[in-house]
Design a protein around this ligand. Structure first.
Ligand SMILES: Cc1ncc(COP(=O)(O)O)c(C=O)c1O
Length: 404
C-alpha cells in the first residue's frame, strides 16, 4: 500500500516520509522552526559556555517560566521545570511522607511508571494504594467521577488523577475530579503528561496541589521539557529529586523553591528555553491559535475512532465528550498469548510498521486484561492516514473486542 498523504501542516515538520506517524502521543515531534531555535541556542551555549550559564541562561530561564505560566495560567513562582512528567510525579511523591495506613488513590488507567512511583512510596511508608476502576469504554464523565469519589475515605491523603489516560486515551473530567477531591481534603497530583496543548489547562482555576505536564508531547518542544506546578501552600514541602547548590543558599521559602529547582547542576536547558518559541510558532499556524489546534486535533481523533471502529467491527468506543486528540480501541487478545514486558512492542505494532509502514501503539493492559490500539491526531496527520491503517487492520484480520 502506498504511504498516504499527511495534512497541509506536515511541511512544518521533518518527519521521515517513509512512515505513517500515528503515535504523536508517546514522544511528540518537534517542528523544524523550533529545532532551528534550539540549534541556535545550543550554538550560543557552546560558543561561550561560562557566559551562557551565568548570563543568558538565567534570563532565558525566567522568560521560559513566564511563557509556560502564561500558557497554562499558572503562577510562575510555583513552576519547577522537570525533564518529563515521570520526573514531575516522582518529585512530588518522593518529597512527601505518609503515615502507615494512609491511602493514596490511583486510577486503574494510570500510567504504569507513575503508578510504580506511587507503589514504591506507599511501600516505603506502609501506606495503602487504593485503585479506582474505570470501565472501558467509560459511559459518562459523571460515572467516572462517582467511581473515583466512592473510593475516598478519611484516610485518603493524595490522589493521582490523569488528564488524558495513557493506555485508553480517555479525556477525564479532571477539572471536576480535582475540585471534588480537593474539597474532601485530598491533595491532587494531576498527571497531565497529555495536558498542555491537548486540553485547555488552567492551573489556577483547577486548584490542584500539584500538576505535572509535558511540553514535548502536545506543545511539540524538543524532548525533555516537563513541568511541575506546585500550589503556593505546598511549595515548602516539595524538594527536587537532585539536591544541588540551592539547598545551602540562605533566603525565604519562595527563594528556596526557585534556588533548589532552577539549578540541578549542569544540564542542557534548551528544551525548556524553546517552550515560548513552540507556543508561538504552532499557535500561529491556525487562525484560531491554540484553541483551534486543540479542537482540530480532537475532531480528527473522533473521525479516526469512527474509521477504526468500523474496520474493527466494534461499537465499544469512548464517547465524544471524553475524547481529546487520541483514540483507543480494544482489540482481540494477542493470538500468541505471550506475556511481554512493559517496554517490548506488541507483534501487531511490529506487523503494522514492517508491512504497512505505520506507527501506532498497541498495549496489553494487565489491569483490564485487555489489548488496546491507540492512535494520535497531531497537526501533521490527515484522515487518509487512518483510512490507510483501517485497510491494514482489515487485511490483517484484526477484530475489535468488547469493553471491560
Ligand atoms: C498519563 C501519562 N503520564 C506520564 C507519562 C510519561 O511521560 P514522560 O515519558 O514524558 O515522562 C505519559 C507518557 O505517555 C503518560 O501518558
Amino acid at each position: 500500500m502506498p504511504i498516504p498523504p499527511r495534512s497541509e501542516f506536515a511541511r512544518h515538520w521533518s518527519l521521515s516520509t517513509d512512515v505513517t506517524v500515528l503515535n504523536h502521543g508517546s514522544f511528540g515531534a518537534c517542528p523544524t522552526a523550533v529545532l532551528a531555535e534550539q540549534a541556535a541556542i545550543r550554538a550560543r551555549l557552546e560558543a561561550n559556555p561560562t557566559g551562557f550559564y551565568f548570563d543568558e541562561r538565567p534570563r532565558a530561564w525566567r522568560s521560559a517560566l513566564e511563557a509556560t505560566a502564561a500558557f497554562i495560567n499558572a503562577d510562575p513562582a510555583g513552576i519547577a521545570f522537570q525533564i518529563n512528567a515521570t520526573a514531575a510525579v516522582n518529585t512530588v511523591l518522593k518529597s512527601l511522607t505518609f503515615e502507615p495506613g494512609d491511602e493514596i488513590l490511583v486510577l486503574d488507567h494510570a500510567y504504569q511508571a507513575c503508578r510504580n512511583t506511587v507503589e514504591a512510596v506507599a511501600a516505603r511508608d506502609r501506606a495503602r494504594v487504593v485503585v479506582a476502576a474505570i470501565p472501558f469504554p467509560p459511559t459518562s464523565p459523571e460515572a467516572v467521577i462517582e467511581g473515583v469519589m466512592e473510593r475516598v475515605t478519611d484516610r485518603t491523603r493524595l490522589a493521582l488523577i490523569d488528564a488524558v489516560t495513557s493506555p485508553t486515551a480517555i479525556r477525564l473530567p479532571f477539572e471536576r475530579l480535582t475540585r471534588d477531591l480537593e474539597a474532601r481534603g485530598v491533595d491532587v497530583v494531576l498527571d497531565a503528561a497529555h495536558g498542555a496543548g491537548i486540553v485547555p489547562l488552567d492551573v489556577s482555576a483547577l486548584g490542584a496541589a500539584y500538576v505535572a505536564t509535558n511540553c514535548h508531547k502536545w506543545l511539540c518542544t524538543p524532548k525533555a521539557a516537563g513541568v511541575l506546578t506546585v500550589r503556593s501552600d505546598r511549595r515548602d514541602r516539595i524538594r527536587p529529586l537532585i539536591t544541588s547548590h540551592g539547598a545551602s543558599i540562605p533566603g525565604p521559602p519562595e527563594a528556596r523553591f526557585r534556588n533548589e529547582h532552577d539549578w540541578p547542576g549542569t544540564i542542557d536547558p534548551t528544551p525548556w528555553l524553546c517552550i515560548g518559541a513552540a507556543i508561538e510558532h504552532l499557535g500561529g499556524l491556525l487562525a484560531g491559535g491554540w484553541p483551534a489546534i486543540i479542537e482540530r486535533n480532537r475532531d480528527l481523533a473522533i473521525r479516526a475512532r469512527d474509521i477504526l471502529a468500523e474496520a474493527l467491527g466494534t461499537t465499544a468506543v469512548v464517547p465524544d465528550e471524553m475524547m481529546a486528540a487520541m483514540a483507543t480501541l480494544a482489540i482481540e487478545p494477542d493470538p500468541t498469548g505471550t506475556a511481554r514486558p512493559a517496554l517490548a512492542p506488541d507483534p501487531l505494532m511490529i506487523d503494522l510498521l514492517e508491512r504497512y509502514r505505520t506507527q501506532v501503539v498497541v498495549f496489553s493492559w494487565p489491569y483490564h486484561r485487555a489489548r488496546y490500539l491507540r492512535v494520535s491526531a497531531a497537526l501533521y496527520n490527515s484522515e487518509a492516514e487512518y483510512r490507510h491503517l483501517a485497510a491494514a487492520l482489515r487485511e490483517l484480520g484484526v477484530n475489535g473486542a468488547a469493553g471491560t
